[in-house]
Design a protein around this ligand. Structure first.
Ligand code: GRF
Length: 203
């Protein structure tokens, strides 16, 4: 069984979809979510994870003297909890290079656009959908990708598009894209687990 840690900063709807997939969906018998990490004490995702009896920890950058100590603490925790895969689900903080190197090709992120379009620093949440709207795109979508040391540049695992009507505002595009996110994130995790991991017991 592959153990997943999910990193969150906000509402955690993707997190919930991943947890549900491990309990009753396409990740059942393949993976379980054993840890949820947040940098934001008031993230709604924390209470949602607790409702599933999943261990949640808030690690705030402000509690450390420097970035290095902050990232060391996170990595130590991931190793202690024997985490195999990290899923970023609306985590608004760059991971430290120590974590990225230790978990190479084992960290996934979901981004609410068809990368490489509308990615990069500052491109998150409604900013992405506003940029898509202003560019008068006919399509947007979601991308699950591996995480490297830059914003949104890691290898793409899975993408799905949605068409955009002329009368749709950024908030409408966001809603449409989120629905797609919820389907492709568990699918991408399954793809990574079944293709990159040798699972004891031959599942
Ligand atoms: C999603 O749009 C995701 O693409 C982005 O952050 C948002 C998180 O939403 N990385 P939620 O917290 O999963 O509802």
């Amino acid at each position: 069984m592959i153990t997943i840690a999910i990193f969150v900063s906000g509402s955690g709807s993707n997190m919930v979809e991943i947890i549900n997939a491990t309990k009753h969906g396409i990740l059942k018998n393949l993976a379980r979510v054993t840890l949820v990490i947040s940098n934001n004490q008031s993230a709604r995702a924390i209470a949602k994870a607790q409702a599933y009896n999943i261990k949640t920890i808030c690690i705030k950058r402000s509690e450390f003297n420097n970035e290095n100590d902050f990232n060391k603490k996170i990595l130590k925790l991931l190793v202690k909890e024997q985490i195999d895969i990290i899923c970023l689900a609306g985590y608004l903080k760059m991971l430290g290079i120590n974590i990225i190197n230790t978990y190479k090709n084992k960290i996934l992120n979901i981004h609410p656009s068809l990368l490489p379009k509308f990615g990069g620093k500052g491109m998150y949440g409604i900013h992405v959908h506003r940029a898509v709207y202003e560019s008068k795109e006919s399509f947007s979508g979601a991308t699950v990708h591996f995480v490297d040391e830059n914003y949104d540049t890691g290898q793409i695992i899975l993408q799905k598009s949605v068409s955009i009507n002329r009368n749709e505002l950024p908030k409408d595009i966001a809603k449409k894209v989120l629905i797609v996110e919820h389907t492709i994130y568990p699918q991408a995790i399954k793809h990574v687990i079944t293709n990159y991991f040798k699972i004891p017991g031959g599942v």
